[in-house]
Write a new protein. Structure first.
Length: 358
């Protein structure tokens, strides 16, 4: 077969190749080890110098032409295959993008932030203290006698091998922070003390470790009226209601006198705190009272000159009330699914629509 005819037939076969596999078959037939062009090139070794001078350029020109045509056709087939693949894998760019896994703010942390924001509007500072307390700060300075049930082993976690003259406990409330503040800071005092506390109790509404926030005001001329206004303003801001009915019931706490339990009026229709005329049920939310003169005196202050009020509530309970959670134990189970459902975005501000107005 003449060189020109072989060139024409091979280039035609290359142009007609409809797939990479068909093109590869043409390449092997022409340029493979047993290909026609390869066989022609092998004949150059047996030719005379004169014949080689004539046939050599023709054979090499044929090889270069075929190789160039193969490269062009391969590029065209590859581009066509890519375009077909892109057409088949089209995506709707208007669909929302799948976000990578992100963390969540625990409901307790969220409520802690909300409470801090509300009381900051009312001029309260945040105070902190150790979670391992001595007996004096946790009980004695708060006018809790030796015979009080709270000191019993079944109610309090005592630290083993603590000094006999300075029993150590896991604090049962954040009230020791109030004692430490009154000792270290001259009045007037206006603080909140949020943090973890520990009691030997466990059921659907109690856990051995939970969160509490307490408030303390020490100043001159403080009365129960100041306490009521503070709590009413706090409840309105936290539950985001314009009006709220509060009920103060006489109670007993060793560290306050008089002591009162505070109930919030609820509407069964809305499930939220309500004002007068809309209340058909009551829910206890916190304990409070005027700071006992013995507590003030234990901190080195004159109870005839300084008065104050204190209050305390469970942060976990507030979270359950506001966000409709039913089992306190779920707060501490570490269930990722639960946290994703009930948690809050780290980019959201505390969900207080209107801060407290002092």
């Amino acid at each position: 077969m003449s060189t020109d005819r072989l060139r024409a037939e091979t280039l035609a076969a290359i142009a007609a190749a409809a797939s990479p596999d068909a093109l590869e078959a043409v390449r092997v037939a022409a340029m493979g080890k047993q290909g026609q062009i390869t066989q022609l090139l092998k004949t150059l070794g047996g030719m005379s110098p004169v014949e080689r001078a004539v046939s050599g350029p023709a054979f090499n020109g044929l090889r270069e032409a075929v190789a160039g045509a193969l490269a062009v056709r391969k590029a065209a087939l590859d581009e066509a295959a890519l375009n077909a693949k892109l057409a088949a894998e089209q995506q709707d760019m208007t669909l929302p993008v799948a976000l990578p896994p992100t963390g969540s703010i625990h409901p307790v942390s969220q409520v802690m932030d909300e409470l801090a924001e509300i009381f900051a509007d009312l001029g309260f500072a945040v105070a902190d203290g150790p979670e391992i307390e001595d007996d004096w700060h946790n009980f004695t300075a708060l006018n809790i006698p030796e015979s009080h049930p709270a000191r019993a082993m079944h109610d309090t976690f005592y630290i083993a091998q603590s000094p006999a003259d300075k029993k150590l406990v896991l604090r049962t409330h954040t009230s020791p922070v109030q004692i430490r503040t009154m000792i270290s800071q001259a009045p007037p005092i206006r603080i909140i003390a949020p943090g973890r506390v520990y009691r030997s109790d466990s059921d659907a509404t109690h856990t051995p470790m939970f969160h509490q926030i307490e408030g303390l005001v020490i100043d001159k001329g403080i009365t129960l009226a100041h306490l009521r206004w503070t709590l009413e303003t706090f409840i309105k801001a936290f539950f985001e209601v314009d009006d709220v009915a509060l009920r103060f019931r006489p109670s007993y706490f060793p560290f306050t006198e008089p002591s009162v339990e505070v109930d919030v009026g609820y509407s069964s229709k809305t499930g939220k705190p309500a004002g007068a005329g809309q209340v058909d049920k009551w829910l206890e939310v916190l304990g409070s009272g005027m700071v006992h003169p013995r507590v003030i005196a234990a901190c080195g202050l004159d109870p005839d000159e300084w008065q104050g009020f204190a209050f305390g509530t469970g942060v976990d309970r507030l979270a359950m009330l506001k966000y409709g959670l039913t089992d306190l134990r779920a707060f501490f189970d570490g269930d990722i699914k639960w946290l994703k459902h009930h948690g809050f975005s780290a980019f959201d501000l505390p969900s207080i629509s209107a801060g407290a107005t002092p």
